[in-house]
Design a protein around this ligand. Structure first.
Ligand code: ZN
Length: 124
């Protein structure tokens, strides 16, 4: 399944943000993404995501209290109770981004378990 194809419901600003993220040095180097409000975080994320949290929160949809989804149309059925998990979903499924060590705003360090250097091998 190809994930970056259908932008039908993705806001124009988010499409722009997606392009900026895809062109960023930190993504190419698999460094941890900036948080919203950071100097190196694209301003396009400001009005969508959660300040102080990952730039990817701009693509996270809040369904309900403590239920998070993904703004990409193919993921309309996706939901999780955990914001960190939703951020992981964005990294992994939409940006092919694999920082080895992730330190979310909660302060609980966790490790990404799959590092898809070759998308074909992983078979998303
Ligand atoms: Zn998604």
């Amino acid at each position: 399944m190809e994930h970056n194809v259908n932008h039908a419901t993705l806001d124009v600003d988010l499409q722009k943000l997606e392009k900026i993220i895809n062109a960023s040095t930190w993504l190419r180097n698999n460094q941890l993404e900036p948080c919203i409000g950071d100097r190196d975080c694209p301003a396009e994320a400001d009005s969508y995501g959660t300040r102080g949290l990952s730039v990817y929160t701009a693509f996270i949809k809040s369904h309900d209290v403590d239920t998070y989804g993904c703004k990409y149309e193919p993921c309309r059925a996706y939901s999780t109770q955990c914001m960190d998990e939703a951020v992981r979903h964005l990294r992994h499924h939409h940006f092919d981004h694999s920082p080895y060590l992730c330190t979310p705003a909660s302060g609980n360090t966790w490790y990404v378990s799959v590092f898809p250097h070759n998308r074909a091998l992983v078979g998303n």
